[in-house]
Each structure stands twice: as C-alpha cells, then as structure tokens.
Design a protein around this ligand. Structure first.
Ligand code: COA
Length: 329
C-alpha cells in the first residue's frame, strides 16, 4: 500500500504583548518570585488583554500559513485545540475558517486541555493517512487568564496565554513527517484539574447551588505531578514503539510546559542531556494546549530544527489526558 505521511511544513505563533511578571503577582497574592521560580521555573507569562481566543488563533494561523507558503484556500481541514474558547458554540475553528478566507472545509474544535495539540495532530494525521485531506491546519489557542482565579496563589502563578499553529501536508516520503501517535485518557482523575462549564442557575434544578468560583480552574497540584510522572513516560514509550524509533535516535523532546519535575523524569528515562528536553516555561508559563506548538515554532525560528531530526512531542493535562507523537523533520 502507498505510504502517506503528514509532513510538518510550517509553524507560527501569536504571543500577547502584556507580560505578567512574578513581581506583579507578588502584589496580587501572598507569594514570592523565589518560591515561584524554585517550584515552577516560571518567571513571567503573557496575558491576552482584551483579545479573543479566535484573534490569537488567527494570528498564529496566518503566521504558520506564511511560513509554510500555503494559502488558506489550500486547506482541507482546520482543527483548533482550546479549552478556553470564546463561545461554547460556535466553535473557534468555524470563526477561523471565515476570518482566514478558507474554503468551506471541515472546521472543528478539540477540547483536550493541555493534550490538545497532540490530539489535534493525531486527528490531522489520521485524515491525511486516510486520504481525506492533503493539507491540514492545526491551531492551539488559549486565553487561560479568563479561567484563572487571581486570588488562588497555587494556580495563578502557573498559567499564561498564547497561540501557535502547525501546517501538515501529505507526503509519500516515509522518512519524514508524523511517524506515530498515541493519545489516552484516565477520567478517574477528572477532579484533579477541573473547571465547570456554564456555572449558571438551572431553573430545573433550583436546589443545586451555583458556586461563583466554579468558572475558575481548580487544581490538585501534587496529584497532577504524580499522574504526569506515570503517564508521560507511558505516552512517549508507546509512541516510540509504534514508530520503531529507539530512544537514542531522539534529537528533541518537546513536552507540554507544565512542571519542572517532569522534565527531569524525561531526561533521565531516555538518557538525554537536559538541553535536549526543550523548555521555555520561564517566559510563558503553562499555556495549556498552545505550549507544545509555541515551543516548536520558537525552536524553528531559532534555527534549532533541521532536516533529518527526530522529535518527540508530548502533552498531558486535564481529563486526565495524555499523549505523544514522533515527528521526523
Ligand atoms: N507561593 C507561596 N507559597 C505557595 C504558593 C505560592 N504561589 N502556592 C502554594 N504555596 C504553598 C501552599 O499553600 C503550601 O503551604 P502549606 O504547606 O503551608 O500548606 C506549600 O506552598 C506547598 O504547596 P504544594 O501545593 O504542596 O506545593 P508543591 O510543592 O506541590 O508545588 C506546584 C506546587 C503547583 C508547583 C506543583 O504541585 C506542580 O508543579 N503541580 C503540577 C502542575 C501541573 O503540571 N499542572 C498542569 C498540568 S496540565
């Protein structure tokens, strides 16, 4: 059978200008720059002031299309991963289809929290492999500040806003592109990272109290750390095995930028120097599904990526969800 792979042909990003520093957070909650840097590695994060999620998505998409040298009319599928959309409906991808001037192709949102980019890439790859799409745009866009409780010092220090995008195109060259994907969920940990949708009074359940804080993200940080230490190696191992790629062949691991401890777990397990596990959480914090493509785009723009490299991307987060994919450049 003819081999069809999904080649990464372009990346882009849209990073908000406003910088929320640790010093600013010191004025908002009882915390310190020292505590935040030591426990999380984060020094600053971006806030999309007065900006819609779709606007970030549009900026990232246009940047990626330009990088790929692809016009919006060439897209066969538009996927947006976000857990902070502007609306429950319509989805962000439909808005993006219109704003980009793309044809009336499939346009879907994927809400898979911080695993969103990996999941969207898995779907993009499946469409391409099945011959249902030739060129697919994946955009991950998040305005997390809207769901962060800036009176909760254990979460507000972590999160930031941002968007990034990838363009995948079908290729018959089996040596490049997505070599394997893996995604999974463990809903038994649903309470570890939680935010209620539409916390409004229900006329058919008046006895159910409305918690004014329910619209905020709540996290059991230590439980999430334990989950990631188990799930991330499992995801990477499975993706490597499916791709038939050995750990020694990895040039870069690009993990979701959530906690420092998982970076050490990854480096140790795959015998990688720590510099091969890409980190930029110092400047962006945790941008949920946008973090992996923001890293990819940054790496591309810094000239760190080159033909022939093997990259493992991994995401993990609310759900609990986790996944990984192996990409050859
Ligand atoms: N500044 C100062 N003190 C803080 C603080 C802050 N910003 N946030 C929490 N603390 C305090 C707590 O109140 C607690 O105090 P206590 O011992 O008096 O009760 C103490 O620090 C320890 O809190 P704990 O939550 O146990 O800290 P931790 O060592 O687990 O570190 C995280 C907290 C958030 C850095 C860590 O749990 C983490 O990285 N979690 C995973 C995050 C993640 O991956 N999330 C997203 C997945 S997509």
């Amino acid at each position: 059978m003819e081999i069809i792979n999904s080649q990464l042909i372009g990346t882009g990003s849209c990073i908000p200008d406003f910088i929320l520093t640790n010093a600013m957070l010191e004025q908002m909650v009882d915390t310190s720059d020292e505590w935040i840097v030591k426990r999380t590695g984060v020094r600053e994060r971006r806030i999309a002031k007065n900006t819609h999620t779709w606007e970030l998505a549009l900026g990232a998409a246009q940047d990626a299309l330009q990088d790929a040298g692809v016009s919006a009319e060439e897209l066969d599928l538009i996927l947006v991963s976000t857990c902070t959309p502007d609306n429950n409906t319509p989805n962000t991808a439909s808005i993006l289809q219109d704003k980009l001037g793309a044809r009336q192709v499939g346009a879907m949102d994927i809400n898979n929290a911080c695993t969103g980019f990996v999941s969207a890439t898995d779907i993009a790859d499946s469409y391409i492999k099945a011959g249902k799409a030739k060129t697919v745009l994946v955009v991950s866009a998040e305005t997390l500040h809207r769901i962060v409780d800036y009176t909760d010092r254990s979460t507000c220090i972590l999160f930031g806003d941002g968007a990034a995008a990838a363009v995948y195109r079908a290729t018959e060259n089996e040596n490049v592109g997505i070599q394997s994907t893996f995604v999974a969920a463990d809903g038994s940990g649903a309470d570890y990272l939680h935010m209620q949708a539409l916390p409004v009074e229900d006329p058919f359940a008046p006895e159910r109290p409305v918690d004014p804080k329910a619209r905020f993200l709540k996290m059991q940080g230590a439980a999430v750390v334990r989950f990631t230490a188990r799930a991330v190696p499992l995801a990477i191992d499975t993706a490597l095995q499916r791709a038939g790629v050995a750990a020694e062949e990895i040039d870069w691991v690009v993990p979701h930028q959530a906690n420092l401890r998982i970076l050490d777990v990854i480096a140790k397990r795959y015998h990688l120097p720590r510099e091969k596990v890409y980190v930029n959480m110092e400047y962006f914090g945790n941008t949920s599904s946008a973090s992996v493509p923001i890293c990819l785009d940054e790496m591309r723009k810094k000239g760190l990526l080159s033909e022939g490299q093997t990259i493992v991307c991994t995401g993990f987060g609310a759900g609990l969800t986790y996944g990984a994919f192996v990409l050859k450049l």
